[in-house]
Design a binder for this molecule. Sequence first.
Ligand SMILES: C[S@@+](CC[C@H](N)C(=O)[O-])C[C@H]1O[C@@H](n2cnc3c(N)ncnc32)[C@H](O)[C@@H]1O
Ligand SMILES: [Zn+2]
Length: 243
Amino acid sequence: MTAQNNRRLPALICPDCHSALIKMENQALVCESCLFKYHFENGIAQLIGSKSSINFSELEVQDSVSDLYENVRYTVDTSNRYHQDSLEDIISFAQPNGDVLEIGCGNGVFLKTLSSRKNVSTLSAVDLSNEMLKHTESRMLSVDSPIPWQIVRGDGERLPFEEASFDCIFARGLLHHLPEPKKGAKEIARDSPTLHSLMALRVGFPGKCTTLEYLRLRRRLMGDFTTMQLLGLGLIQTLPLLI
Ligand SMILES: C[S@@+](CC[C@H](N)C(=O)[O-])C[C@H]1O[C@@H](n2cnc3c(N)ncnc32)[C@H](O)[C@@H]1O
Ligand SMILES: [Zn+2]
């Protein structure tokens, strides 16, 4: 775990059995119940248990594109402005407050944007890719945020947090990366009964997802979810307008 001022941050738990984690002398964490050991890599807790089924080719892709995102995508001014506008749209739609979690935080651009919002009390973030998290960490360290934050390596489908830990959850651009988006969405929603907003889509322009993204999501999700279930999960409110 990389954390700043962890007094009020939601507690980390074993993603396998949801029991408390105990700090060991050698900087590892051990589950008090199943005794699974979680180590740290470059200061970041690796909270992926034995029950996660990792899609290694997806992980390899994300690891390999992280530097490209950082050194190419986010160095182009127009691209940055477009991206930042999208983030502001999401924030004004979701009105994040309290304890906020971002699942699949990538290289932390959204997390940094959230870190200056006055209604946000704490920020937690998970991603599968250590290469992405490396950028998230340095991005968060580069801002002097008054908001306590923590980042961990974790699986969105098996979150290392107690139920009802968060007031608002973002999973921007995540679902279509999961091996089973429907199952993933359900897991995320189940882990978070107080889910305020699960932003599954990248927002192309204010309040709407782009047609391509919508169609992709519809193809992968709509066979299994009705419109009401999607709304129940807190997915973007404009979906009914597009269906
Ligand atoms: C398209 S990127 C989106 C990054 C960021 N949310 C954004 O909007 O720019 C998808 C991210 O999801 C992460 N990811 C993929 N599968 C995941 C999983 N099972 N659990 C957590 N993160 C995952 C990837 O490593 C990657 O950083
Ligand atoms: Zn355990």
